[in-house]
Design a protein around this ligand. Sequence first.
Ligand code: SF4
Length: 313
Amino acid sequence: MATLFWLQTGACGGDSLSILGADSPSLETLIAVQGVELLWHPSLSHAPARRFDELVSRIESGEQALDILCVEGSIVTAPRGTGLYDSHHGRAKMAIARALAERAGAVVAMGTCAAFGGVHAAPPNPGDCVGLQFLRTDPGGLLGADWRSRRGLPVVNVAGCPAHPHAMTQTLAWLATGLPLPLDELNRPEPFFNTLVHQGCTRNEYHEYDVEETELGGRGCLFFNLGCQGPMTSAICNTDLWNGRSSKTRAGVPCFGCTSPDFPREEDLFRTEKIGSVPVRLPLGVERARYMAYKNLARAAAPERLRKKKMET
Ligand code: SF4
C-alpha cells in the first residue's frame, strides 16, 4: 500500500478536475486495485477539515508514513518571503509543503503551477510565486535545485495546465510500484513528455505543405499565424486524446505550450510572433535558414486537394 497526500496550494483546482477524467488507470482503480491509499485530497476526502491538521502533524512527527506527496498549485511566498498570502490556520502553505516534502518518499508536482510556477508566477508575479523546484526555467524554486526526496528523487514534474489525466495517474501508478521512473531534463516523467503535441495532430499535412490558417475555425495549420506551440511542446495531447476524444488542436485551438516551464508566454496566445515573415520560435531542433528554404518549397508543392479542403471550411 502506498500512501498519498494531495496538498493544494495556489491553484484553480484544474488538475484535480482533470484527474477525475482519467480511465487508464482511473483514480478509483489506483485506489481499489493498485494499492494507493488516499490519505487526503481537498475535494475528495469526506473527513472533517481537522483530519487535515491531524494528518499533517502525524506525517511531520513520523507517526504516519507518506509515500507520495502530490502538490497542486504554485507556491506563494509573498509577503516578504513569509508565504502568508496562502495559509492554513495561520501557517503558510509554503511551510506545510516543505515539511511534508521532507517526509515523502516521492514528491509530485501536479500541473505547471506546482512544477514551474505557471500562471501565478508570470510577470509581474505579485504573489512571489515559485514552483517546487523551479521558477519558470530556472532551477531552484521552494526546495532548491539539489533537493531530493527520501527515495532520492527530485520533484517529479507532471506539467500541464491542467496536467493530462493519464500522465498523472500513470505516474502515480509507476511511483506506487516502486519502479524507477525515467525523467527528462526538466524532471518530467519521460514516457509522457517524449513526444510533441505536433505528433498526431490532424493538421499535420497542412503544416507540411504550409497551408496555414489566418482565422480561427478553419482546417489548416495554426502554426504560422495563430500561435500554435505544438511543434515545440512536449506532451501527449495528440497521442493520448483528452477524454479519449479530442485535443486543443483537434478542436481548432492552438496549443499554448502549457507543459513548458515558460508558460504562459508573455506574447499573445493566439498570434505567432514573427521577425519579418518568419516565426520567432521554430519547431524544436529546426535551423532557421533551412526551415525557410523548406517552407518555400513546400508551399509551392502544396497539393490542390489540401488548398481546396481548407477553403471548404
Ligand atoms: S496546428 Fe499546431 S500541432 Fe497541429 S500541425 Fe499545426 S503546428 Fe502542428
